[in-house]
Design a protein around this ligand. Structure first.
Ligand code: AMP
Ligand code: GLY
Length: 424
């Protein structure tokens, strides 16, 4: 069968790599893709905002499944428009993608379904927001309601900082995404990510991960899309995972279905492991990036079979086997990231993969026949091991074999677990 994969980052390279391992795949197309994805798929130029053009491509190329990597096309309703043409899609409808597209929507759903999450207030005016601040204590958690490319959350240490941030949000700092703001109770604990596939009825747990969002070592400095990740997340014990499935994922899936918005695709729950148990911080309607890279490195099952079954409402037929080992990925970014990254820096991957590591391309391009940096996050150097310490050593050994003078990476991905493993 033929598959069309949409997206151009490290997440999509990992998906392409795994899809390409399936015996049932005939041809893999990717739009727009990147040079790494181009090793697994035929790259095609398609405007994903032109839903009719995507549908036309699918008909012309006998596409049996469309896999949507990023959230924006899902929130824009691409899956609905393809399904209306009879094309199976891995990814939720526009209504279901509100779980990522509107933080207020998700908070209200948690309220209706009794899902543990931080207390909150939704507001559409600066005056309302300022009044609501009095119901919370510092630090204040302020979130632009809509999609803001991971930048819509402000944790303000003081009332004055919160006032300033709210003024910016309602002043248009996040565009349309900030027309509504959610103010939340501050939760404390360790964060972990839990993934589950669902076709609206059946639910398939799909692994856990932890990422490092800050650009600097020791988890300091500005937020990024993620500087590295590992899977599984040992802090999410089997018991806590079962609790999160029972108290968070299952009521979400059942409530969405009962309310006429069945969720189909991957649900990525950002959890805070509090002293009262796991609480939902946020949902994403897609795989994490770079969390997907570590999940795919451990997945032993046939991804094509699972994604197609999910898209066709047959997920109950599937199970998902993950290798009983740790995968860890180190993001190599271009200097300047998460501000303005230096573009065009030469990359020589040399024998980075010689020791069994895998280098996923996140932001690369080919210029004059040479591989160059073409984005903030550029490479995701991924390796496996018996524990985080081993996987970390293998990933950094591969990093050290790469020649990328205008790039940088954190040297401490996985540090919390490495410290715990040292005392075990
Ligand atoms: P989000 O985009 O919703 O994942 O938020 C970005 C980051 O802000 C999360 O990964 C947390 O570190 C932090 N955060 C979000 N909501 C809360 C909360 N209610 N309490 C504490 N930290 C939070
Ligand atoms: N790595 C965080 C995310 O994909 O949202």
């Amino acid at each position: 069968m033929n598959i069309l994969l949409l997206g151009s980052g490290g997440r999509e390279h990992a998906l392409a790599w795994k899809l390409a391992q399936s015996p049932s795949l005939t041809r893999l197309y990717a739009a727009p893709g990147n040079p790494g994805i181009g090793e697994e798929a035929e790259l095609v130029a398609l405007d994903v905002t032109d839903h009719a053009a995507v549908a036309r491509f699918c008909k012309e190329h006998d596409i049996a499944l469309v896999v949507v990597g990023p959230e924006a096309p899902l929130v824009a309703g691409l899956a609905d428009d393809l399904r209306a043409e009879g094309i199976p899609v891995f990814g939720p409808s526009k209504a279901a993608a509100q779980l990522e597209g509107s933080k207020g929507f998700t908070k209200d759903l948690c309220d209706r379904a009794g899902i543990p999450t931080a207390g909150y207030v939704r507001t559409t005016s600066l005056d309302g927001a300022l009044a609501a601040l009095d119901r919370f204590a510092a630090p204040y958690v302020l979130k632009a309601d809509g999609l803001a490319a991971g930048k819509g959350v402000v944790i303000a240490e003081t009332h004055a900082e919160a006032e300033e941030a709210l003024t910016d949000m309602f002043g248009g700092a996040f565009g349309e995404a900030g027309a509504e703001v959610v103010i939340e109770e501050f939760l404390t604990g360790e964060e972990a990510s839990l993934f589950a596939l669902t076709d609206g009825t059946a639910i398939l747990p799909f692994g856990s991960a932890q990422d490092h969002k800050r650009v600097g070592e020791g988890d300091t400095g500005p937020n990024t899309g993620g500087m590295g990740a590992y899977s599984p997340a040992p802090v999410l014990t089997a018991e806590l995972e079962a609790q999160a499935m029972r108290e968070i994922i299952e009521p979400t899936v059942h409530t969405m279905a009962a309310e006429g918005m069945p969720y189909s695709g991957v649900l990525y729950a950002g959890l805070m492991l509090t002293s009262e148990g796991p609480k939902l911080i946020e949902y994403n309607c897609r795989f994490g990036d770079p969390e997907c890279q570590v999940l795919m490195s451990r997945l032993e099952s046939d991804l094509v079979r699972i994604m197609l079954a999910c898209a066709e409402g047959r997920l109950a037929e599937c199970d998902a086997r993950f290798a009983d080992e740790t995968a860890l990925t180190v993001v190599m970014a271009a200097k300047g990231y998460p501000g303005t990254p230096e573009k065009g820096g030469a990359i020589d991957l040399r024998d980075a993969e010689a020791g069994g590591a895998k280098v996923f391309h996140a932001g690369t391009a080919i210029k004059d026949g040479r591989l160059v940096a073409n984005g903030g996050r550029v490479l995701n150097v991924t390796a496996t091991g018996q524990n985080v310490t081993e996987a970390q050593a293998a990933a950094y050994a591969a990093v050290d074999r790469i020649d990328f003078a205008s790039g940088f990476c954190r040297r401490d991905i996985g540090w919390r677990e490495v410290a715990r493993e040292a005392t075990d």
